[in-house]
Design a protein around this ligand. Structure first.
Ligand code: PMP
Length: 427
């Protein structure tokens, strides 16, 4: 499409989507958003209007980063094949990735999506433990395949949980203390394991998102240790889903599990790894993969192809060369300070929490019970969109504003966001 071409209207696009893609797709915002170009932390709509992207973690190093685009174009114009042929780039990428993990994690297997990564982790955990029971948090999302959709209670009542799946409350620390959250998490994991045993189900793993994104963005540390220990005592594994928290976002660490100080048995990753290109995978302790790999072959047509590997490698290099982890730490702290100051003036902000550039703003009613306020949250998110700021929501009550911008987000970007947020709250 050339610059002179007129873009289709919102109404036409919505009707066409509905007709062609069917009824399962959703759009964000009362007035759907139609971006046509992206650069850094900005998206531009069909009218050329700039929107500050405070939401998208997939374009991790910024929309259309020139180094990533160049790596993609260079490899795509030379060769693209698959992992049944030898190619050095996939090994360079695996080496660079493994260097970001603790030494216990020794192998990496590549996929295209986070769902596939979790699905593979489920198979590996079953093979290693001989168990079939999985514990997830009660508003988790882990993906679209049959196996992991059945472990994703946030999909709602329309998707039945697997018969071998048990849920526990995520460790939240707004309405309980960290000590209470830790004790409750451990007690619920132990109860779930006991329930599995009563029903003849052998535990395979405890699987959780290390910042509990869909459960409402719960960054507290020191709260998962007892639960992980209980699962390991029962012979099961700890699978860390890093699809949301991974790749430097939480600021103090490359991976979310590092904040909790426990090395997982399996780590899955996805979304941000390719700056928009589908790059995902799983890393594991070699012992966990030994038997699985001996008994089963693994081939993923597109996973780890030379173009994806070149893209993944370029993203890792940009994160390092541009100091994006330190940036996430610094700008995230600045943003939370600003949000807490806003919270002093606006009681609708009940809680501000997060790690690095993953921040949640919990919106509440004006009552003593800190009741969740989904209606205020929806209004706020839509009002921000009207004012050129993109954010989303999270949590069982959809009352947590999800603030998760591309990693090159600056303090100036944060101040711009805070100004408009204040204007919306005052209005
Ligand atoms: N795990 C988590 C925590 C996620 O947030 C998502 C995607 N929202 C997935 C897994 C699935 O990833 P994908 O959409 O790439 O399949």
């Amino acid at each position: 499409m050339t610059a002179e071409t007129a873009f289709a209207s919102t109404g036409d696009l919505l009707a066409r989507r509905r007709r062609l893609l069917g009824p399962a797709y959703r759009v964000f915002y009362d007035e759907p958003f139609h971006p046509v170009r992206g650069e850094g932390v900005w998206l531009y709509d069909a009218d050329g209007r700039a929107f500050l992207d405070v939401y998208n973690n997939v374009p991790s190093v910024g929309h259309c980063h020139p180094r990533v685009v160049a790596a993609l174009a260079e490899q795509a114009s030379r060769l693209n094949t698959h992992t049944r042929y030898l190619h050095e780039t996939v090994l360079d990428y695996a080496e660079a990735l493994l260097a970001t993990f603790p030494e216990e994690i020794g192998h990496v297997m590549l996929t295209c999506t986070g769902s596939e990564a979790n699905d593979l982790a489920v198979r590996a955990a079953r093979a290693f433990t001989g168990g079939t029971g999985f514990i997830v948090t009660d508003f988790a999302y882990h993906g679209v395949t049959v196996a992991v959709a059945e472990m994703s209670p946030s999909l709602g009542a329309g998707v039945t949980l697997g018969a071998h799946v048990r849920t526990v409350a995520a460790p939240e620390t707004f309405r309980q203390t960290p000590a209470e959250a830790a004790a409750r998490f451990e007690a619920e994991v132990r109860a779930a394991i006991a329930d599995m045993h009563r029903n003849g189900v052998k535990p395979a793993a405890l699987l959780f998102d290390t910042i509990f994104s869909s459960d409402g963005i719960l960054p507290a540390t020191g709260v998962v240790d007892g639960g992980v220990a209980a699962m390991r005592e029962a012979g099961g594994l700890y699978i860390a889903d890093e699809v949301q928290a991974g790749l430097a976002r939480t600021g103090s660490a490359m991976w979310g599990f590092q904040r909790h100080g426990i090395v997982p048995d399996i780590v899955t990753f996805g979304k941000p790894m390719g700056d928009g290109h589908p790059v995902a995978g799983m890393a594991a302790r070699p012992a966990v993969l030994k038997e699985f790999g001996e008994k089963t072959r693994y081939f993923n047509t597109f996973g780890g192809n030379p173009v994806s590997a070149a893209v993944g490698l370029a993203v890792l290099n940009v994160v390092k060369d541009e100091g994006l982890m330190a940036n996430a730490e610094r700008v995230g702290a600045h943003m939370r300070d600003g949000l807490r100051a806003l919270g002093q003036r606006h009681p609708a902000i009940g809680d501000v929490r997060g790690a690095g550039l993953y921040v949640g703003i919990e919106m509440v009613e004006d009552d003593d019970a800190r009741s969740p306020s989904p209606s205020r949250t929806t209004r706020l998110v839509n009002e921000l969109r009207q004012r050129g700021i993109l954010v989303g929501t999270s949590g069982r009550h959809a009352n947590v504003v999800k603030v998760r911008p591309p990693l090159p987000f600056s303090t100036e970007n944060a101040d711009y966001f805070l100004e408009r947020l204040e204007a919306c709250l005052s209005a």
